[in-house]
Design a protein around this ligand. Structure first.
Ligand code: NAP
Length: 243
């Protein structure tokens, strides 16, 4: 389904990003992993992807740094020759009630979750336009759709990702570049491991948390030619919580 494609996935050392990388690799794509400060974890993920028979390389890049994103995308193009798919998955939380939230925690979350997407789309944009092909997938969250208490920074960043997705979809659809978002609910990763999940289960119609693979399956659909007439869409993967 993705044979011959090259995918760049941010935050792909672990969690949802690693599951997306493994899914894309299993479907035949070559993979450039972008990770922040965890080279050993990124290398282990890279190896597991390479074992699936595709090319895989890991790059250290802080997505909040636009210049570094530009350099990294250039290195990826030098190594792989092409980029067909960009998954903006890197994200952080710094939860607190709004009145207690430090300005630095607001800025860090917006910079990583929202500006990081902008930086990477900007860095890859010209190559997509030149090739008249591209699939951009931004990982938003149900927090950006319905707002969650204690997550003013995170909800704002993820709602911003949805606005960014739609603007980019409108700008680039004439160039055969699709831009869509996925809004996961509660997914079992490091990000949610300290949550009191019992408290959330009651509000999830399907009465279970999602897995990183649940998100990766939708990402694979959006990265493939099966979704060629879909752009500017937000697909929830949330067990029904935000319907
Ligand atoms: P995770 O397990 O905490 O992994 C986050 C990844 O992002 C890590 O690889 C991390 O790199 C990377 N990262 C963080 N800051 C970065 C930066 N500045 N530059 C480059 N990479 C950076 O998180 P996850 O649960 O898999 O979440 C993945 C995405 O899904 C995030 O955007 C998150 O907001 C979204 N999401 C998650 C859930 C959920 O329930 N888990 C729900 C909705 C949406 P290091 O390993 O170097 O730290």
């Amino acid at each position: 389904m993705l044979k011959g494609r090259t995918a760049v996935i941010t935050g792909a050392s672990r969690g949802i990003g690693a599951a997306i990388a493994r899914k894309f690799a299993a479907l035949g794509a070559d993979i450039a992993i972008i990770d922040y400060g965890n080279p050993d974890v990124a290398e282990a993920t890279r190896k597991s992807i390479e074992e699936l028979g595709v090319k895989a390389k890991a790059y250290l890049c802080d997505v909040t740094n636009g210049e570094k994103c530009k350099e990294t995308v250039k290195s990826i193009l030098d190594e792989f020759g092409v980029i067909d798919i960009l998954v903006n998955n890197a994200g952080i939380t710094r939860d607190n009630l709004l009145v207690m939230m430090e300005e630095s925690d607001f800025d860090a979350v917006i910079d990583t979750n929202l500006k990081g997407c902008f930086n990477m789309i900007k860095a890859c944009g010209r190559t997509f336009i030149k090739k008249k092909y591209g699939k951009i997938i931004n990982i938003s969250s149900i927090s950006g759709l319905i707002g969650l208490p204690g997550q003013a920074n995170y909800s704002a960043s993820k709602a911003g990702v949805i606005g960014l997705t739609k603007a980019v979809a409108k700008e680039l659809s004439g160039k055969n570049v699709c831009c869509n978002a996925i809004a996961p609910g509660f997914i079992q990763t490091d990000m949610t491991k300290d949550l009191d999940t019992e408290a959330y289960l009651a509000s999830i119609p399907m009465k279970k948390l999602g897995t990183p693979e649940d998100v990766a399956n939708v990402a694979a659909f959006l990265a493939s030619d099966m979704s060629d007439y879909i752009t500017g869409e937000v697909i929830r993967v949330d067990g029904g919580i935000a319907m």
